[in-house]
Structure formats: structure tokens, C-alpha cells
Design a protein around this ligand. Structure first.
Ligand code: HEC
Length: 158
């Protein structure tokens, strides 16, 4: 084959390669702009909602009420921390969501608790944002553990 006919096919191949590289970069850029800012505002909204609706009991720094493991004189439990020292991260997503939305109704029948229901004060999206903010404060290993608990709980459901 003459040399001249080789180079056009080679250069066509490098054009294809170049185009694929450009496509991958464009796709990665699009994914970043679609997901990056879409997640960050949810956490910012959650941060504000947490300060307005949860911090009074669960603490501005998610530290919970003092002596939160000791029952109050009325037999109820104080608000536990939402940071790693508490047990919020021991629960799957569905449980956290239900406790926040339904409050006492999420607990066993007749259970006495000071945790209010937020169904009438927050939308499902706002509850999800508040929980996303709480999770965003956990270190990666705790987030990973909670994710595993969440996945396991879904697997156990029929
Ligand atoms: C009036 C006080 C009060 C407010 C406000 C409040 N909580 Fe609570 N919360 C409690 C108490 C008290 C408990 C412990 C309930 C129990 O076990 O009796 C609790 C428990 C919880 C739990 C279960 C934690 C665990 O480890 O079992 C979650 C989740 C939770 N609250 C989320 C929230 C979120 C999210 C908000 C804001 C939208 C909020 N709470 C606002 C008092 C409050």
C-alpha cells in the first residue's frame, strides 16, 4: 500500500480518539454541574432548617441535651445528640425519616416522648434536607457504617 493512503486513516482515527476524549470531559463536566450544586444547596437548606427546628433540643452543634442518657423526672428521655456520640447513625434512613415526620407515632404504641412530629411543619423534602445536613457532619467512616445499616435494613424487607 502506498504511504499516502495510510496517513488519512490514521489521522481519522486520532480525530475519533480526540472526539471521545472531548466527549468524556464534557460528560464529566455536565455530571459535576448537575450533581455538585444540586447536592450542596440541599445541605445548606438542611443546615438552616436544623438551626430553626431541631437545634433548640438537639443542640446547635448536634450535641444533644446534657445527660441525655438519663431519664427526666417525668420518665421521658432528653433529646439525644445527632453527632457521632449519639445513636442517630445506628438507624436506617427510613427510621430517621419516620421519627422526624411522625414523632411519637413512629415509636411503639403508648411510648411517651418529647420528640414532636414535624409532618405539619416540614415537607418531606425539607425533612430529607435536614437529615442530609445531619449526615454531612459525620466523618466518612460513620457515614459508611450508617449506609451499610441502611442497605441491610432494605435487604431484610420482603
Ligand atoms: C422539643 C424538643 C425536640 C425538637 C425540637 C426535636 N427533637 Fe428530635 N428528639 C427529641 C427527644 C426528646 C428525642 C428522644 C426521643 C425518645 O427516645 O423518647 C428525640 C429523638 C430524635 C431522633 C431519634 C434519635 C435516635 O437516635 O433514636 C431523631 C432522628 C430526631 N429526634 C430528629 C429530629 C429532627 C430532625 C428535628 C428537627 C426537624 C428534631 N428531632 C427536633 C426532642 C426534640
Amino acid at each position: 500500500m502506498p504511504k499516502a493512503s495510510l496517513s488519512p486513516s490514521l489521522s481519522r482515527r486520532s480525530v475519533h480518539l480526540g472526539l471521545s476524549v472531548v466527549l468524556v470531559i464534557v460528560a464529566a463536566g455536565a455530571a459535576f454541574f448537575a450533581w455538585g450544586p444540586a447536592l450542596a444547596p440541599q445541605i445548606e437548606i438542611g443546615r438552616r432548617l436544623y438551626a430553626e427546628t431541631c437545634a433548640a433540643c438537639h443542640g446547635a452543634s448536634l450535641e444533644g441535651q446534657p445527660n441525655w442518657q438519663k431519664r427526666l423526672p417525668n420518665g421521658r428521655l432528653p433529646a439525644p445528640p445527632h453527632d457521632v456520640s449519639g445513636h442517630t447513625w445506628h438507624h436506617p434512613d427510613g427510621v430517621l425519616f419516620r421519627i422526624t415526620k411522625d414523632g411519637p407515632a413512629a415509636y411503639p404504641k403508648g411510648y411517651q416522648t418529647d420528640m414532636p412530629a414535624f409532618a405539619l411543619r416540614l415537607t418531606d423534602k425539607e425533612i430529607a434536607a435536614t437529615l442530609a445536613f445531619i449526615k454531612s457532619t459525620w466523618p466518612p467512616e460513620i457515614r459508611a457504617k450508617q449506609e451499610r445499616i441502611d442497605v441491610d435494613s432494605r435487604r431484610r424487607k420482603p
